[in-house]
Design a protein around this ligand. Sequence first.
Ligand SMILES: Cc1cc2nc3c(=O)[nH]c(=O)nc-3n(C[C@H](O)[C@H](O)[C@H](O)COP(=O)(O)O)c2cc1C
Length: 325
Amino acid sequence: MKFYFAPMEGLTGHVCRRVHHALFPGVDRYYTPFVTATHTHSFKQKEKHDLAPENNEGLPVVPQILARDPEDFLWAASYAASLGYKEVNLNLGCPVGTVVKHGRGSGMLSDPEGLDRFFDAVFGKWEEAGLSGVSLSVKTRLGMTEPSEWERIFAVYASYPLSEITVHARTREDAYKGIPRLDVYGQIREKYPDLPLVYNGNVFTPEDLTLIKERFPGTEAVMLGRGLVADPALVRELRGGESLTKKELRAFHDRLYGELTETMPGTTVVIGKMKEYWVHMGAMFPESGKQLKALNKARTKVEYEGAVRVLFNTGHLTKRKRSLI
Ligand SMILES: Cc1cc2nc3c(=O)[nH]c(=O)nc-3n(C[C@H](O)[C@H](O)[C@H](O)COP(=O)(O)O)c2cc1C
């Protein structure tokens, strides 16, 4: 079984990827948070940094691209290829309003014919763009509003040589609510047994993985997002190894905090960023509501570090509850 670290905007940037890989090796691929391909054919400084090989040394990284226009996507894929990347991933799932409004992310799912034209243009010029040694994978939701939209969307995917299709089994309207639509994921697998599907959604514990393996035998790869941010040792545990210890989470936190402090401008920004991680890591301390609240209120370095100390000193790292039932 292969395990991929999901792209998560604001969380899984190069600093997090490096720290995670150093302390918890064993993830097969790290997908970057999306970088946006626009008509300007240039990336923002932050995006360039995230893709720069010197920031990703020794990591198995796949750049994820958000696009609408085939020419812009080809430019972005060629940029990634020029840095040595051998796979690029197209974002077909982002539910954010401004992204969808511009016809990107899950917005591309609202027009399967347009999606077909997009792939036709992209694959038609793949070699000409110098991309013959590079594979193209996608990460998709089931559709915009109705789960049945998958039928037309997957008919499109099935007609192109996509290296992998990661399925976050929710619609855009579902956002992150409830349990992913496993029944629909099952229908897709049944109709297209030969498609290289990767399962994604709510795998937080070994029990969740067991359910996926039992329900969908032959699953070869699973992508993990929130579960792996909360519990950086999750892949080790899913492979049959030890579960996370408090000491390990502390070490992960401290190194992440330390490296972000070196690379980000100012304490307020760093503390704000750490709070984004705590949205997920806090799930490891379900009995420490008060301490987590204090951490969330911290404004200064002293307050933040004090709150972290109290949380680790007093909190009980607790096995997470299974998410998929
Ligand atoms: C804060 C946050 C940021 C995300 N950013 C991205 C992104 O940049 N690209 C993407 O394809 N999905 C993104 N996602 C979706 C995740 O990759 C993943 O599909 C989703 O969280 C479901 O998987 P999980 O249940 O394992 O977390 C994001 C999700 C969250 C919560």
